[in-house]
Design a protein around this ligand. Structure first.
Ligand code: PGA
Length: 250
């Protein structure tokens, strides 16, 4: 049985004060019947780790360096450093990083490996752009993105890893995929993993991301292959985020 998971990706939002406010609200909303993880900007990671300590809420980074070893990589932050600060999770391959920072499928595979090596749980984002969606290429894009990660990582890595399906056209647009669209792609992702190992494919948690809010969370999470959500904008609104966490528990 896969336990539901709700992840809040704060993106480049926040301050010391907002980190305290969000952490306090999320921990005050406990107990949840689901796993909850927040992804603050890396600069506020340590603060968030200390603020949620003992609550069961997890903390992760929004990205990790492709470089696993320390070295002369000005501005980079390694997975090891993130783990050293007490975080347990890392998003890799978010579409904003793929598009704005030109991260390739190959880079994402390396980042996934670096996160695992440091003991972090990777949350791998996959998803098609609007043009790919309208062109009917959704499944082939997902297949390519997954295959690149599997080139750098054994299927066993997916026992504890998480995959987030985030159609790029749904991110921050208010236009969520329908529950049926999400389920269709999630079932495809599970079948792709199943080609490597049927048992493992049943263990991997698959999140949906893209304009998840309190109003649509319950119906998305009710789909058989939707194991929770990766929430952007709504994770900055404490009331809304707590409602989404509760929706995952029903
Ligand atoms: P959104 O973002 O919920 O604001 O659409 C989701 C994400 O980018 O992870």
């Amino acid at each position: 049985m896969r336990r539901k998971l709700v992840a809040g990706n704060w993106k480049m939002h926040g301050s010391l004060a907002l980190t305290s406010e969000l952490c306090e609200a999320v921990t005050a909303g406990k107990p949840y019947d689901v796993d909850v993880v927040v992804f603050p900007p890396t600069l506020y990671l340590r603060q968030a780790v200390l603020e949620v300590a003992g609550s069961g809420v997890g903390v992760g980074a929004q990205d990790v360096s492709v470089h696993a070893q320390d070295g002369a990589y000005t501005g980079e932050i390694s997975a090891r450093m993130i783990a050293d600060c007490g975080a347990g999770w890392a998003i890799v391959g978010h579409s904003e990083r793929r598009a704005d920072f030109r991260e390739s499928d190959h880079d994402v595979g390396r980042k996934f490996a670096a996160a695992r090596k440091a003991g972090l749980t990777p949350v791998l984002c996959v998803g098609e752009t609007h043009a790919e969606y309208t062109g009917g290429h959704t499944l082939e894009v997902i297949e390519r993105q997954l295959a690149a990660v599997l080139e750098h990582n054994p299927i066993e890595a997916f026992v504890s890893a998480v995959i987030a399906y985030e159609p790029v056209w749904a991110i921050g647009s208010g236009l969520s995929a329908t529950p049926e669209q999400a389920q269709h792609v999630h079932a495809f992702i599970r079948s792709q993993l199943g080609k490597k190992d049927a048992n493992i494919s049943l263990l991997t948690r698959l999140l949906y991301g893209g304009s998840v809010k309190a109003a649509n969370a319950a119906e998305l999470f009710a789909q058989p292959d939707v194991d929770g959500g990766l929430v952007g904008g709504a994770s900055l609104n404490t009331e809304e985020f707590v409602k989404i966490c509760r929706a995952a528990g029903t």
